[in-house]
Design a protein around this ligand. Sequence first.
Ligand code: UTP
Length: 292
Amino acid sequence: MKVVIPAAGLGTRFLPATKSMPKEMLPVVGRPVIQYVVEEAVAGGADDIIIVTGRGKRSLEDHFDHNPDLGAWNSQPALQRLETLIETATIHFVRQRNPLGLAQAVLCAQQHVGQEPFGVLLGDSIYECEPPVLRQLRSAVDRWAPGGSAIALEVVPEDRVDHYGIVGGTQLSPTAIRVQQLVEKPRPQDAPSRLALTGAYWLSPRIFDCIRATPPGRRNEVELTDALQRLADQEPVIGVVIEGRRFDTGTPLLWFETNLRFGLRDPEYRAALERVLGEGPPVGPTSPPSHE
Ligand code: UTP
């Protein structure tokens, strides 16, 4: 099963940190975000992963390659975990020559994907789902729209709908709808629902024609949301309110929040972080001495 991971964006909301470093390589409690994404793809059944990269993104390729310079460090459990991942799925890289939007990044993978349905996970979003998010999407397609597509949704507060792609459609079950309408960042009064796209997709290969037929929108980028509207006009697209959570790491605040949440449940960091958050005494030997 193939999964495309677009990771070629400029990360402008995270400048200057992302000036020369991909935001997908920022760490969340010791692992880069992209590793979580690849792990989620593999948990969802992927054995063939295409990461879409661009200028300045070489470190993504290096992360999923062997590094003989590390010598004995390579047998560390954390690196062994990564080795296992690299051996479980084949990881390919394709370049997006200009960051002309998410839809265009997906289009870069067309030749590799061919004529089969495929998954898409964003390179800067971590899912914590059981079953894994792509399995949830595929189950929905098998049940309601064999051969069709599915998109992962979450319920957002009404005053936040203008930050997301929002969908409307016919209810199929308490957690699934047949999508008829997709609107990018609507005003609350125009939003068809509070169901927002989260950035995980199971797509029929007809999406490629839809992307090609979609004119660029704001910022001269083709919006995947607009291409999905075209697809939904032609064939079934199922929206699934996912069981689980998605952590967007695309801005400093969101990244920081994700690190805190993951850190607070990590046995190695929890106690120290609680002390910091309670404004307790310094936690490490490198902290400066107290002036009291
Ligand atoms: P974002 O819109 O969050 O990424 O896309 P961005 O464009 O890098 O962010 P800002 O708005 O400038 O801060 C979600 C995912 O899609 C990839 C990004 O790398 C990210 O992982 N993407 C986005 C591409 O691969 N190509 C693009 O042209 C745009």
